[in-house]
Design a protein. Structure first.
Length: 89
């Protein structure tokens, strides 16, 4: 796993957020700072340096602890954005 540790660092050596989407449904997201919009069709996750919009069907958060989020349901699309969490989110 050391290879991933090197790949997922920015030039300043800070760990970047990463995620995995499973074929057939669900996904795992690391470094989540906040959850924005949330419905069975769309979830917005905020990270320190951006956001991810996830669209699909029957989406629900199975587990969210210490920045790690496990998402269940059928993921149809993932869009990476530049938006960061608002104060108080």
């Amino acid at each position: 796993m050391r290879l991933y540790e090197e790949i997922f660092k920015n030039p300043e050596g800070m760990a970047l957020s990463r995620f995995t989407v499973a074929v057939g449904g669900g996904g795992y997201f690391e470094g989540v700072k906040a959850v924005g919009d949330f419905s069975p069709q769309k979830i917005v996750l905020y990270f320190p340096r951006g956001s991810v919009d996830i669209e699909g069907a029957d989406l629900f958060i199975r587990k969210y602890c210490d920045g790690d989020l496990e998402l269940a349901g059928r993921i149809c699309s993932v869009k990476i954005g530049q938006e960061t969490p608002q104060k108080g989110a």
